[in-house]
Design a protein around this ligand. Structure first.
Ligand code: SF4
Length: 139
């Protein structure tokens, strides 16, 4: 019964952590647009949290830089199970324009598992919403 209730509450109100692993900032602006009233992801019960310990979903932007690799893994480990990862933008998917740079490892799935990919450079807020809704469908 408790498991059912926990599952229901996660689907109805997933809490998210926004993680920039090396983005140029454009994807981050689009994530902010998705969170604010124009696109209003809160209508799906999604809330932004400041700490991984309170989050169910990590929304990550940007390629993985060598400088941030260990921190990304630590943040992933600090997020309680079951946890989900949404890679937002071409950089988080593959490294995009930064691929091959000396300090870039590639996409997010080089260091942590990714559940949903949202394409775009930058990813549009409605595509981010679509990614979140697809993730809720998976849950
Ligand atoms: S996908 Fe494009 S907009 Fe997003 S972080 Fe990479 S370069 Fe910037």
């Amino acid at each position: 019964m408790l498991k059912k209730l926990t599952r229901w509450s996660r689907i109805k109100s997933p809490w998210i952590l926004h993680l920039n692993s090396g983005a140029c900032n454009a994807c981050d602006i689009e994530v902010v647009a998705a969170l604010t009233p124009r696109f209003d992801v809160e209508r799906f019960g999604v809330l932004l949290k400041a700490t991984p310990r309170h989050a169910d979903v990590i929304i990550a932007t940007g390629p993985v830089t060598r400088q941030l690799k260990d921190r990304i893994i630590r943040i992933y480990e600090q997020t309680p199970d079951p946890k989900f990862v949404v890679a937002v933008g071409a950089c988080a998917m593959s490294g995009c324009v930064y691929r091959g740079a000396y300090n870039v490892m590639g996409g997010l799935d080089q260091v942590i598992p990714v559940d949903v990919y949202v394409p775009g450079c930058p990813a549009r807020p409605d595509a981010i919403l679509d990614g979140v809704v697809k993730l809720l469908g998976k849950l």
